[in-house]
Design a protein around this ligand. Structure first.
Ligand code: NAD
Length: 287
């Protein structure tokens, strides 16, 4: 049997790290999948559930033997983990990550290494759910989903190819994007909707008759707010790491909402129907 690579070390064995580890192992893509997590229970569960071949209790020991290191920790922890693993990193080891924001991890690598190593290939799977933790790991999570990789001009082309093939081998479609463009696009399509869902549910939860509101909530509320059950730490980190692009999108959204508010206030049916008709057409085109 020929493997894509030898030892893949997944740091952060939660939903995304666990799902990738499970997919790599189930499909026999690499020789060994080693997991590392600062939470010993998650690590033990990963081993028990057959998601990894080996559980590493020593980060440096694991990184030292890695052919590929996948950083799958929360966005703000990327920097800490990169710094911690630095002493054990061999020049030939390929590093990638799965963070929802790309600019911050690239800046962290630049500060830490002096320049971004040519074998660090940042990535972001556009797949996931409101669940977290290794117990939610799903080997099919990335199938028919996109993964964006954001290589830099100095990136090693063999490393780019290997990371692209790793994601393709677990069923994903791989796209390449510029780092700034990635963070702008994701602020609009993922970060803003999550923040709106959190904000809406939080606002409603503070109302005195909130039990009634939630009891009578129908499908629309459920659809719109499912993602408000996502992990608070993850979204705290994303909010700060992609601050500039997110604030820009919040401003644009606020302007749009104010226009709708004004149209309702002034009973401007033409403006209201204009907004709804344009949005309906855009949404139908998208699905
Ligand atoms: P998760 O909470 O399920 O897992 C994160 C894991 O990292 C946990 O097991 C935690 O114990 C571990 N961890 C945290 N800090 C650590 C450290 N310093 N050292 C070692 N382990 C540490 O989170 P997740 O949903 O799998 O998200 C992981 C990454 O994937 C994040 O960067 C997130 O932005 C990105 N991402 C998430 C989704 C999603 O829908 N959940 C989608 C795409 C990308």
């Amino acid at each position: 049997m020929s493997y894509l690579t030898g030892k893949v070390v997944v740091i952060g064995l939660g939903l995304i790290g666990g799902s990738l580890a499970k997919a790599l192992r189930t499909r026999g893509i690499c020789k060994t999948v080693i997991g590392y997590d600062r939470d010993e229970d998650e690590l033990a569960a990963g081993l028990r559930l057959g998601i990894i071949d080996e559980a590493a209790t020593d980060l440096l020991g694991a990184v030292e033997v890695a052919d590929v290191v996948v950083l799958a920790v929360p966005v703000k922890a990327m920097e800490t983990v990169l710094a911690e693993m630095l002493p054990a990193l061999r020049p030939e080891t390929i590093i990638t990550d799965v963070g929802s924001v790309k600019g911050n991890v690239i800046r962290a690598a630049q500060e830490l290494f002096g320049s971004v190593p040519n074998r660090f290939i940042p990535g972001h799977p556009i797949a996931g759910s409101e669940k977290s933790g290794v117990a939610a790991a799903d080997a099919t999570l990335f199938e028919h989903h996109k993964v964006i990789i954001t290589p830099l001009p100095q990136s090693d082309s063999d490393a780019v190819t290997l990371i692209a093939r790793m994601w393709q081998s677990v069923g994903a479609e791989v796209l390449q994007m510029d780092v700034e463009r990635h963070d702008e696009v994701l602020a609009a399509t993922s970060h803003l909707p999550h923040l709106l869902a959190f904000s809406l549910v939080d606002t409603l939860a503070q109302e005195q008759d909130r039990n009634d509101i939630f009891r009578y909530a129908a499908g629309g509320f459920r659809d719109f707010t499912r993602i408000a059950a996502s992990d608070p730490t993850m979204w705290h980190d994303v909010g700060l790491a992609n601050k500039t692009a997110i604030l820009q999108k919040i401003d644009e959204f606020t302007t749009g909402l104010a226009q709708l508010k004004q149209a309702i206030e002034t009973e401007d049916s033409r403006a209201m129907l204009g907004i709804f008709t344009r949005a309906k057409a855009a949404r139908e085109h998208f699905s």
